[in-house]
Design a protein around this ligand. Structure first.
Ligand code: PMP
Length: 310
């Protein structure tokens, strides 16, 4: 994974501070217990104009940050409009166009213990350059995935929220499969149905139809998932939101992952079984093509998803 390159500023509690001065106290509550919410958002340089950039589905990401905070019983001391403006301002001041944005709502220091309630609610927004999460080669030719022994459980987590501490489950799954030589972990739910990948939603193509687990499944309501469902419907590709079993995935004609970081990444192999022809399939390729045109402003019909940076 590429090393993080520092930028000029990070937005912290309402103002831009120097990158190296965005510190927290060691007794920051969220650092110990994981109650906090975050987002991952991407901005892209617009095609044909290297001076212009836009954030992809910024409003939806900030709305999800607010929803995650609500699920954690955290009152965010800024409005969604203030946070949207702060994201754009941070990108602007860092002179970034192709970038990743990481807003974080966290509980400050001053009180410890699981029952503590008096900590300040703090908000940070970092922006930085981040390439393809699963590699350029992965985006083009597909990755090798493995089903993790760690499961997604709706009984012990609020999976519609991007809660900091919940990501231990994802990190353990990811580490497990990377140590075994694979690129990404696929996670089942506690009944054995396919849920999602460690940080992505999952789609299969079965006999010309897209299949993805429904929102009631043990998954995050991915914004890229929603974008792909919208694009697929507009292309006339039929889609079923329904339960998928592990063997249905193995036998699918195509499988791909969707996420802000991973964008649309084909899966060419799962648990040592090649998927379809073992390379990026035609439906995955078509969806990738429209998606990348969309985020770079080349698809007028989805212009509503872009917030200009300048
Ligand atoms: N599932 C999980 C667990 C994730 O962390 C992410 C990344 N936010 C996704 C799915 C994909 O969501 P999105 O497309 O909104 O980035």
């Amino acid at each position: 994974m590429a090393k993080l390159h520092p930028e000029k500023f990070i937005w912290l509690d309402g103002k831009l501070v120097a990158w190296d001065e965005a510190h927290v106290h060691i007794l920051t509550h969220t650092l110990h217990y994981g109650l906090g919410a975050f987002e991952g958002i991407r901005a892209y340089e617009l095609s044909g104009d290297t001076t212009q950039g836009a954030v992809f589905r910024l409003t939806e990401h900030i709305d999800r940050l607010m929803a995650s905070s609500k699920l954690c019983l955290i009152n965010v001391p800024y409005s969604r409009e203030q946070l949207i403006a702060a994201c754009v301002e941070t990108l602007r001041q860092n002179n970034l166009r192709n970038a990743y944005l990481r807003p974080l709502v966290f509980l400050g220091d001053g009180e410890m213990g699981l029952g503590a309630t008096k900590m300040a609610v703090r908000v940070a927004i970092a922006t930085y350059v981040w390439g393809s999460y699963l590699g350029d080669e992965g985006i083009k030719n597909g990755i090798r995935a493995k089903v993790s022994t760690f499961a997604r459980s709706q009984q012990s987590a609020l999976l519609k929220a991007k809660v900091c501490g919940q990501y231990v489950n994802s990190v353990l799954a990811k580490r497990e499969v990377v140590l075994a030589g694979y690129d990404e972990a696929i996670m089942l739910d506690s009944s054995g149905y396919v849920a999602e990948a460690s940080g992505e939603n999952i789609f299969a193509v079965i006999r010309g139809r897209l299949v993805t687990p429904p929102l009631s499944a043990a998954i995050l309501e991915g914004i890229t998932r929603d974008s792909v469902l919208t694009i697929a419907a507009d292309l006339g590709i039929p889609c079923d939101e329904k339960q998928l079993s592990r063997d249905q995935l193995y036998l699918a004609d195509e499988v791909f992952l969707t996420g802000t970081a991973a964008e649309i990444t084909p899966v060419r192999e799962i648990d040592d079984r090649s998927i379809g022809a073992g390379k990026t399939g035609p439906i995955t390729q078509k969806l990738q093509e429209i998606f990348f045109q969309t985020v770079r402003g080349q698809q007028q019909s989805y212009a509503r998803w872009l917030t200009p940076i300048q």
